[in-house]
Design a protein around this ligand. Structure first.
Ligand code: SF4
Length: 336
């Protein structure tokens, strides 16, 4: 069996509490476990509403914030304990593509600058010709040519061009993993299809895995291999994307998928407001037990005692964090 490329082990992130950790806190991520294997390259979707912890997870994997507890292992090595050389390799092999590419560009520099900086920082070329070849090769992968874009300023490019250039910049480093945080949420439908297609080609032809962060289940369904659906910082359900989306088990995931109003490919799942109670209130009042309790039509007394672990559904990879699937104390099951 393939070795893990990335392992997230019991990652927890708590904000607030103050200097003496006695003030109010918000748990952004709780005991989250996730594994991405070396091979084959896959697209793992992290989906959920805003406040579910998906961007916190992305930031932890990218090293922008440290987990309060838990570990991030890359090829078996703890990222927090890496030496300078290992960290440099990790930063090269784990790249990011963000929702708003414009924010990444410096408006005063021509766009070529973002490629030059990467080549310089990672000492990737010994002369200008080599550098230009690397840039052209990366741009070709996303269907662009250097002469069309490199001498322009960021505002002279379309949103789609800026986003494809960010993918090219990430690709140039020959990463093993790209953390893509809502990469298509600010582009129109045709560009969305083009960028999703580029992600699939990078996975299949260049062995690059993705951690694809999104609130949009329709694009996850189109391209994702595995999916983790987060609710208030914890995994509510995970498994193979098609299985989970076509046969959701957790009451929250069923609610999300039921919220799709019409079978129209232009209607994006998860984009409607499905909140029935004040989420922030739930976050602070339900300190133990299932965090979905206040919104759940199947809630039982037991659900308040402790947070439910992930229970297997029929296959080993499909799991739901809900007591309805505890076969040893099985209540009546929910049908999707
Ligand atoms: Fe609902 Fe209980 Fe399952 Fe939570 S554990 S989703 S409250 S049935």
């Amino acid at each position: 069996m393939s070795q893990p490329l990335l392992e997230v082990r019991k990652a927890t992130k708590v904000y607030g509490g103050g200097l003496f950790r006695t003030g109010p806190t918000t748990v952004a991520l709780q005991d989250l476990n996730l594994t991405i294997l070396e091979r084959p390259a896959t697209i793992t979707t992290i989906a959920g509403e805003s406040g579910s912890g998906k961007t916190t997870l992305a930031n932890i994997v990218l090293g922008f914030t440290k987990p309060t507890s838990g570990e991030i292992l890359y090829r078996g090595a703890d990222v927090a304990a890496m030496n300078k050389q290992q960290l440099m390799a990790y930063r090269k092999e784990v790249q990011a593509v963000f929702q708003d590419p414009y924010a990444v560009y410096n408006p005063f520099y021509r766009v070529k600058h973002i490629f030059d900086m990467v080549i310089k920082n990672f000492k990737m070329a010994s002369n200008k010709r080599e550098a230009r070849e690397l840039i052209e090769d990366a741009l070709n992968v996303v269907g662009m040519r250097g002469e069309e874009v490199l001498e322009k300023y960021p505002h002279q490019l379309s949103g789609g061009q800026r986003q494809r250039m960010m993918v090219a910049r990430a690709y140039m480093l020959k990463p093993r993993l790209i953390v893509a945080d809502e990469p298509v949420s600010m582009v129109d439908a045709s560009l969305r299809a083009m960028i999703l297609d580029i992600m699939l080609r990078l996975r299949d032809e260049h062995n690059i895995s993705f951690l694809y962060i999104t609130h949009d289940l329709s694009t996850a369904y189109q391209i994702g291999d595995q999916i983790y659906l987060l609710y208030q910082g914890s995994t509510a359900e995970r498994g193979e994307t098609v299985q989970v989306i076509e046969n959701p088990k957790h009451p929250y995931v069923q609610m999300l998928i039921d919220s799709i109003p019409v079978p129209d490919p232009e209607v994006r799942w998860g984009s409607s407001d499905v909140t029935t109670l004040d989420d922030e209130q739930m976050r602070t009042t339900v300190q133990s037990g299932c965090r979905f309790y206040g919104r759940c039509s199947y809630r039982m007394d037991r659900c308040l005692e402790a947070a439910p672990p992930l229970y297997p559904i029929n296959t080993s990879s499909h799991e739901a964090a809900c007591y309805l699937y505890d076969v040893e104390h099985a209540p009546e099951k929910v049908t999707a």
